[in-house]
Design a protein around this ligand. Structure first.
Ligand SMILES: [Zn+2]
Length: 92
């Protein structure tokens, strides 16, 4: 999936160059159009996995791919949701 590089401050105390993947927005009639667009969706790294809710022990918006282990942070808006790549694998 195509991504852009943005300088963001996500989880640490400093800004980093970050890969930001635009993910498909959901219809406005969806019961949870923002969180539904960034939870249990195909991994933007095209690994075949699914990006899962992983806020326990992290922060709101934290997601981890169940296949490749990449960490993402949900950002953007209901109309333009994105997943920002936080790190490679757990502990990395
Ligand atoms: Zn993945």
């Amino acid at each position: 999936m195509q991504y852009s590089v943005q300088v963001l401050q996500l989880t640490g105390d400093r800004e980093r160059r970050t890969r930001v993947y635009a993910v498909p927005a959901l219809p406005t009639g969806h019961p949870d159009p923002y969180w539904g667009a960034v939870t249990d969706v195909p991994c933007p790294a095209d690994c075949g996995g699914t990006v899962r809710w992983a806020e326990a022990g992290y922060v709101p918006g934290y997601r981890i791919c169940d296949q490749c282990g990449r960490h993402y942070m949900a950002r953007g808006t209901m109309a333009a949701p994105v997943l920002a790549l936080v790190g490679g694998r757990r502990g990395a």
